[in-house]
Design a protein around this ligand. Structure first.
Ligand code: SME
Length: 234
């Protein structure tokens, strides 16, 4: 199967629980045999984003739609005949992606001309930096240091729990990367090493509809987050 087809959603899937189980299985296959986080998180964000686009069409339009994308698709294209589904116009979809502790990012390989050894920017662990994602441009970093931390991603990271936001405008400190986003869910990425829990970052999904995410999504996405963490060497 071509890699891109792994984000197609069969018509037999009619609930969010089934949907997330399907995405989990597809992602586990896609990530096997490769353990670099940049590569795996890039394909994970694409898998979730593209699968959501494919899933929307199952529920038709208007009040029947599971409206991840906020609006009915403006155009639809047919997929191979074995999949009874369509792909919504990408312009309607919000963001699926990762913010990661800046200490995980590569340090500069080539130092300054003067031979100075200045890696301070990469070693600054007081921020989450934008990692692999799909969607429109998003904010580059999120403060997580005391007194500066703000927003859903920082809260999910610091509190080590998933935060579901039905209406972003009502969330104190919400950082608006896209004025059209109406709801959001953020899951922490937690690496368990012996008795220790090491915080890596967060998985962040934005939706253009109010109340785009529910408990079923929370359960499904927490499993996706755990899979991504276990599939990489950190
Ligand atoms: N809304 C997030 C910021 C990231 S964007 O949604 C891509 C927050 O409040 O932390």
């Amino acid at each position: 199967m071509p890699h891109a087809d792994s984000s197609l959603v069969p018509s037999s899937i009619t609930s969010k629980t089934e949907f997330w189980a399907h995405v989990h299985g597809q992602l586990a296959s896609l990530l096997s045999g490769q353990r670099h986080w940049v590569t795996n998180l890039a394909n994970a964000s694409s898998m979730v984003y593209s699968s959501l686009l494919a899933f929307t069409a199952h529920f038709g339009s208007g009040s029947q739609a599971v409206n991840w994308c906020g609006e009915t698709a403006t155009h639809q294209s047919r997929l191979p005949s074995r999949y009874d589904t369509t792909i919504a116009d990408c312009n309607q979809c919000a963001l699926t992606g990762f913010y990661l502790n800046s200490s995980l990012f590569p340090v500069p390989r080539f130092l300054g001309q003067d031979g100075s050894d200045n890696n301070s920017a990469a070693a600054d662990a007081s921020r989450l930096l934008l990692g692999p994602f799909c969607g429109k441009p998003a904010c580059q970093f999120i403060n997580i240091s005391p007194g500066k931390a703000r927003g859903v991603c920082a809260d999910a990271y610091l509190q080590r729990r998933t935060i579901l936001v039905p209406e972003v405008d009502l969330y104190p400190g919400h950082i608006a990367c896209d004025g059209e986003t109406k709801s959001e869910i953020v899951c922490p990425l937690i690496f368990k090493k012996g008795d220790k829990e090491i915080m890596l970052g967060v998985l962040d999904l934005d939706c253009l509809a109010v109340s785009g995410f529910c408990e079923e999504d929370k359960e499904g996405l927490e499993k996706i987050a755990a899979l991504v963490v276990s599939a990489c060497d950190w």
